[in-house]
Design a protein around this ligand. Structure first.
Ligand SMILES: Cc1cc2nc3c(=O)[nH]c(=O)nc-3n(C[C@H](O)[C@H](O)[C@H](O)COP(=O)(O)OP(=O)(O)OC[C@H]3O[C@@H](n4cnc5c(N)ncnc54)[C@H](O)[C@@H]3O)c2cc1C
Length: 259
């Protein structure tokens, strides 16, 4: 089974910096890690490989420094990585990102299973998985908490919905977005880290992917970010004195003032 795991490089810090001119996140590769949700997708792929055999390819669209997270993926058990990196991909919204990732999956070819995290902790939209599946014209299952059965042609999963749990059966190829409940990601072994240094990581650009220029990067992104800002934090405290009735009246009026 050929499994692609989509891994995104995200800042390892809460101090996300924004470019005041383009309103996009400044990604300089410093202090970057694999999006935490993607480590569960990666672990699940490795477990499937160990159970029914196969190949795991970690795929990322990002700046050249994102090669590091692909090597990190190899250090825990992925076989190889593919980085989609080109200046013309910059400024991509989710639609353009999903299109670009779909070209990567097509380049890898004959993929049976694509695993994504539930969402990225910086972008937070949870749109890429379903959009990528649509681009590839394959089914997708979101919020997967358990893979119950899997073989080369079929998969049965448990998913969590707003109202409960659901069992879903579908044919491969299929894309899943996975929840944290699915497993406990392993740590890299020393051998894994050594292997990752020489592991094959293919780097593809817009030309090698045959990308349609009108679907990539900022110009291919229908979303326009008008303004981004960090909300001002106010740490004010007031002491309310008096009997219970007076206190509750005062608390009420303070709350009304705030909302
Ligand atoms: C107008 C606009 C401009 C933007 N400009 C930039 C920019 O210049 N640079 C920039 O980096 N971001 C930019 N972004 C943000 C970028 O569009 C999103 O980060 C990206 O589309 C992924 O969306 P998300 O973070 O919400 O991921 P989600 O949809 O929440 O992610 C779900 C899952 O999809 C997979 N995934 C998501 N992104 C990637 C990826 N890149 N590679 C591999 N797998 C992935 C992971 O498995 C992840 O767990 C911009 C967004 C907008 C709206």
């Amino acid at each position: 089974m050929k499994i692609v795991v989509c891994v995104k490089q995200v800042p390892s810090t809460n101090e996300v910096r924004l470019d005041p001119e383009t309103n996009t996140i400044i990604r300089d590769g410093k202090q970057s890690v694999i999006n935490p949700f993607d480590t569960y997708a990666l672990e699940e792929a490795i477990r499937i490989k160990e159970k029914i055999q196969g190949e795991v390819i970690a795929l990322s669209m990002g700046i050249p420094a994102a090669e590091k997270i692909l090597r990190d993926a190899v250090s825990v058990g992925a076989d190889s990585g593919m980085l989609l990196s080109d200046r013309s991909f910059a400024g991509a919204d989710t639609l353009a990102t999903a299109y670009t990732l779909s070209l990567g999956v097509k380049k890898i070819s004959e993929v049976d299973l694509i695993l994504c995290g539930k969402m990225a902790v910086d972008g937070d939209t949870a749109q890429i998985g379903p959009e990528l599946a649509e681009n590839l014209k394959i089914p997708h299952i979101t919020n997967v908490s358990e893979i119950i059965e899997i073989n080369d042609s079929e998969i049965i999963c448990r998913t969590i919905t707003e109202t409960g749990k659901r069992l879903v059966k579908t044919k491969t190829p299929v894309l899943l977005t996975v929840l944290k409940d699915i497993n406990m990601p392993r740590l890299p072994s020393i051998d894994g880290v050594i292997n990752s240094l020489d592991a094959p990581v293919a780097v593809e650009n817009a030309e090698s992917l045959g990308a349609n220029k009108s679907y990539i990067g900022l110009s291919g992104s229908p979303t326009q970010v008008v303004k981004t800002y960090i909300p001002e934090r106010k740490n004010e405290s007031i002491e309310i004195k008096g009997d219970s009735e007076t206190k509750s009246e005062k608390i009420n009026s303070v709350i009304k003032e705030v909302i």
